[in-house]
Design a protein around this ligand. Structure first.
Ligand code: ATP
Ligand SMILES: O=C(O)C[C@@H](O)[C@H](O)C(=O)CO
Length: 335
C-alpha cells in the first residue's frame, strides 16, 4: 500500500516543471551518427515526454518551463497545445537562448546514444519569478526532473516549486533523469539531487541514478532496500528503482516491496523507456491502482515506446495501452 494523497478538488492532475526540448531521431537505424543523413524531429526532454504521456492517458496536465523565442520553441508549444496540455506557465526567453537539441544514434537496439547540443539553452533559464504559487496549488501532483537542477536560475526555480508544493500538499514525483553532460562534477550533482529528493513523495530512478546520489562509484551490487530506507527517513512514501530489461522494484514505507517484470518488445531503441514507464505508472497510481498494477502499466507503456521511433509522439493513448495489456503477457525474471 502507498500513502500518496491526491486532493480530488484540484482542477489539474499533474504539472511538470523542467525542460522542453527537441529530439532529432536518426531515420537510418543500424549505423553510427557519422553515417546518418536524416533525422525526424520530435518534442523531447524527459519531463516533456512524461507530461505528454500522461495527457495521452487522459490526465489534466500543465507545464512550467521556458522556451526559446524561435521556430523550435513555437513547434514545442503547439505540440503541447495539440495534446491538451495547459501551456499558460510556459514562458519565452528574450535573451537569445536556444532550444536544446538531442540527436539520437540508433546503432542497434542495444547500442543507442544521444548527442546533445545544450549550450545556452532556454530551459535552464527558467527563474523563480516565473514560478506561480497559485498555479502549483491548483494541481494534485507536481513532477520534477533532475536535469533542471543542473544550473541556476532553473535550479532555484525548481526548489521554489518544491516549496510551494509542500506548502499546499501537492504530491511530488521526482524522476531522477540524470544526464551527466548537463553537470559540472559528480559531487555537485549528488548534493543537489539529494537536497531535492529529501523533499519528494515518490522517487523514480534507475539503479545507476540512485548510485550517483549515494556517491557509489563503480558499484554493481548496491542494495535496493537500503536505498529505499534512506528516503523513507525523509519525505518519501514510495521509491521505484528501475533495472532496465530486468524490470523494476518499488518499495513502500510499510516495508513491502513490489516487483515488476517487463513486456518483451521488438526494441527499436531503448531511450524513452523511463519516461513512458513514469507516465503510465503515475497515471495508474493517481487512478487509485495498486503499486504493482501501476508498475505493470508502466512496463507495458515502456514496451510500446521502445518499439517505436520517438519518445514523445510514441506515447500510447489509454485505448492503446489497454489493448496492449489485453494481448501481451508480462515476464517476471526478478529485478
Ligand atoms: N529491453 C526492454 N524490453 C522491455 N522493456 C524494457 C526494456 N528495457 C527497459 N524496459 C522497461 O522500461 C523500464 C524503464 O527502463 P530503464 O531502466 O532502462 O529506464 P531509463 O534508463 O530511465 O530509460 P531511458 O533510456 O528512457 O532513460 C523498465 O523498468 C522496463 O519496464
Ligand atoms: O533531453 C534529453 O536528455 C533527451 C530526451 O529528449 C529524449 O527524449 C530521451 O532521452 C528520453 O528519455
Amino acid at each position: 500500500m502507498n500513502d500518496l494523497q491526491f486532493d480530488p478538488a484540484r482542477p489539474l492532475d499533474l504539472v511538470a516543471v523542467g525542460r522542453l526540448c527537441i529530439d532529432l531521431n536518426a531515420n537510418e537505424t543500424g549505423r553510427p551518427m557519422e553515417e546518418t543523413m536524416t533525422f525526424t524531429k520530435y518534442v523531447g526532454g524527459s519531463p516533456a515526454n512524461i507530461i505528454i504521456g500522461t495527457a495521452r492517458l487522459g490526465m489534466r496536465t500543465g507545464f512550467i518551463g521556458k522556451l526559446a523565442d524561435d521556430q523550435m520553441g513555437r513547434f514545442i508549444r503547439s505540440y503541447l497545445q495539440k495534446d491538451g496540455i495547459d501551456d499558460s506557465q510556459v514562458c519565452v526567453d528574450h535573451t537569445g537562448a536556444v532550444t536544446g537539441l538531442a540527436f539520437t544514434e540508433i546503432k542497434s537496439p542495444q547500442e543507442c546514444s544521444i548527442l546533445m547540443y545544450r549550450d545556452n539553452v532556454a530551459d535552464l533559464l527558467l527563474s523563480t519569478d516565473e514560478i506561480s504559487e497559485d498555479y502549483i496549488r491548483q494541481s494534485k501532483a507536481l513532477l520534477i526532473s533532475g536535469t533542471a537542477l543542473a544550473q541556476s536560475p532553473s535550479r532555484e526555480a525548481v526548489f521554489l516549486a518544491l516549496e510551494f508544493a509542500r506548502r499546499h500538499n501537492v504530491t511530488v514525483f521526482f524522476d531522477l533523469d540524470y544526464r551527466p553532460y548537463t553537470w559540472k562534477s559528480a559531487a555537485e550533482t549528488a548534493v543537489y539531487y539529494n537536497l531535492a529528493a529529501e523533499k519528494c513523495d515518490c522517487i523514480i530512478g534507475t539503479r545507476e541514478e540512485f548510485n550517483m546520489m549515494e556517491n557509489l562509484y563503480n558499484v554493481t551490487d548496491a542494495d535496493d532496500e537500503a536505498t529505499a530506507a534512506r528516503w523513507f527517513s525523509q519525505q518519501a512514501k514510495l521509491v521505484v528503482i528501475k533495472h532496465g530489461g530486468s524490470g523494476s522494484i518499488a518499495y513502500t514505507a510499510d516495508g513491502l516491496n513490489h516487483r515488476s517484470g517487463i513486456f518483451p518488445a521488438k526494441v527499436l531503441k531503448t531511450f524513452g523507456a523511463g519516461d513512458s514507464y513514469a507516465s503510465a505508472f503515475i497515471h495508474s497510481l493517481m487512478q487509485g491502482d495498486s503499486v504493482s498494477e501501476a508498475m505493470r502499466r508502466g512496463s507495458a507503456s515502456a514496451s510500446i515506446v521502445i518499439s517505436r521511433h520517438s519518445c514523445s509522439d510514441a506515447m500510447p493513448t489509454l485505448e492503446e495501452l489497454e489493448a496492449f495489456l489485453q494481448s501481451n503477457e508480462e515476464v517476471v525474471s526478478g529485478a
